[in-house]
Design a protein around this ligand. Structure first.
Ligand code: 13P
Length: 254
């Protein structure tokens, strides 16, 4: 921690209407006054609430992220949203490869790679998610799985700028289960990812890129996680939905 700027990001998943989004962002920006300005705060509402979120977040320190995008700029892809659409709305970031996308919507490492490329082409910072399932952890495959996901997602994409790239380690067994990875378990994987990134993209990249942890982060466990050497913030699901909880994490995590 500390050598890299912390990011605390809320992934709202399929929660909140536009009206709920408006009041949430208003409330959050009001309580954020006076909190350490060195950290980055992001919210990722559903597509239908992005415009309102961007409007309410204008002039505040809250950045807005999409939760997904298609790799093509436009075309016959019913129900999909592209990079130029997110960019035009004013999004700065986009979550890519979340385990729920991989599990329920057939997202493969190859598609994740195409999506990361599309995000970068449109000046959106990817928040590239990876993580092992419970089975994979229990059968000792954690490092193989996250390495495969890391290499598959990055593929041949070069050059990558560390300030415009974010990775989120989210063990699937910790998402929405209340079963947080221990700081030791999370740190071990984060350090492994940084070592692999160093081999792939060089030391400078590996030392500068932010790697967030996600999976049952709450106000009472945020600080022990984010104080680990290689954990640079959090991607928060359930506990990001209430301003009070999210703010509690922001205060603890930075
Ligand atoms: P929870 O914080 O609800 O476990 O979700 C984590 C997550 O999936 C963030 O992307």
């Amino acid at each position: 921690m500390a050598i890299r700027k912390v990011i605390i990001a809320g992934n709202w998943k399929m929660h909140k209407t536009s009206a709920e989004t408006r009041s949430y962002i208003k409330e959050l920006s009001a309580v954020l006054d006076g909190v350490n300005p060195d950290s980055e705060i992001l919210a990722a509402p559903p597509f239908t609430s992005l415009a309102v979120a961007v409007e309410e977040a204008k002039g505040t320190r809250i950045g807005i992220a999409g939760q997904n995008l298609h790799w093509e700029d436009k075309g016959a892809f019913t129900g999909e949203i592209s990079g130029p659409m997110l960019r035009e709305l004013g999004c700065s970031h986009v979550i890519i490869g979340h385990s729920e996308r991989r599990q329920y919507f057939g997202e493969t490492d190859e598609k994740v790679n195409l999506k990361i490329a599309a995000a970068m082409n449109h000046s959106l910072i990817p928040i590239f998610c990876l993580g092992e399932s419970l089975d994979e952890r229990e059968s000792g495959k954690t490092f193989d799985v996250v390495k495969r996901q890391l290499l598959g997602g990055i593929g041949d994409l070069r050059p990558l700028e560390p300030k415009n790239f974010v990775i989120a380690y989210e063990p699937v067994w910790a998402i929405g289960t209340g079963r947080t990875a221990t700081p030791e378990q999370a740190q071990e994987v984060h350090a492994f990812l940084r070592k692999e990134l160093s081999l792939l993209l060089g030391k400078d990249f590996a030392n500068s890129v932010r790697i967030l942890y996600g999976g049952s982060i709450k106000p009472d466990n945020a600080s022990t996680l984010v104080s680990c050497e290689d954990i640079d913030g959090g991607l928060i699901g359930g506990a990001s939905l209430k301003v009070q909880d999210f703010f509690g994490i922001i205060k603890e995590g930075i």
